[in-house]
Design a protein around this ligand. Sequence first.
Ligand SMILES: [Zn+2]
Length: 308
Amino acid sequence: MRLIIIVFIICITNLGCETVVPIFNEQKAFNHLLAQCEFGPRNPGSDGHIKTKKYILDFVQELVDTVIVQDFSFKSALENKNHNGTNIIARVNPTSNTQILIGAHWDTRPLADQDEDSRNYEKPILGANDGASGVAVLLELADVLNDNRPNIGINLVFFDAEDSGVSGEDESYCQGSIYFAKNLPIKNIKEAIILDMVGDKQLSLPIERNSLNFHGQLIRKLWDRAKTLKLDAFKGVVGPSIYDDHVPLYQYAGIPSIDIIDFRYPNAFTNYWHTVEDIPENCSPESLGQVGRLMVDYIFNRKFYNDN
Ligand SMILES: [Zn+2]
């Protein structure tokens, strides 16, 4: 009888409690952002690109169950040049029935062609936000997953060659995710979340319009949870459509995919996107922390995200 009562009390207590989820360390995430920027610009063909590939590989190989290296070659429309690219897929629980993809691009743009000063057009960007921020969140997630095993399969995918496209030609962007989607190295991906430009100091995350069409249900669940968790960078408004790595995943592989992106960097009045101002000083650990905490909740608090 005593045992039954104790079990009963535990059940009642649990009803009102949130599951305790692991901590996402935003400072450690930010250190990954700084480390990538220390390698310099990371556009395909650069020295920084080679160093960053090694940095990501060395880091995840120690922490996850399996790493898949997917090499490809592509033509950079922006430079009119051929390059080699590499998608890196870090897998936790690869045999689980439920497989989730969380991705970010690790390359940076070869030219600062949105810079105010035309003398900077030919310079590569440092990509603290556009590139390093999403990767930084993924690397810290790899660390979290090493300490805390999830109940589902998580695939942290580092896409290459997202940012060598030319304006007006969508498919000249996202070369890594297009290759991935057409040559799927993993099967049965239930859904995908892309993180891009999530490091902005003045982080503001509206709902990206394509994402609402591709997987509105997941968008609603994530933004609802963000509200509950008081992650106030997540804004319940619909923003513009953006062609990012989630689009090929949906179009070529049929994976319901969404993009978490703050395209106004830093705000509606100033633009650091694709300029030489995309530097660590314009990013913050707190911003990475908001996105990282929601991703940890998504991975470990499954009761809020499962289909009803
Ligand atoms: Zn970009």
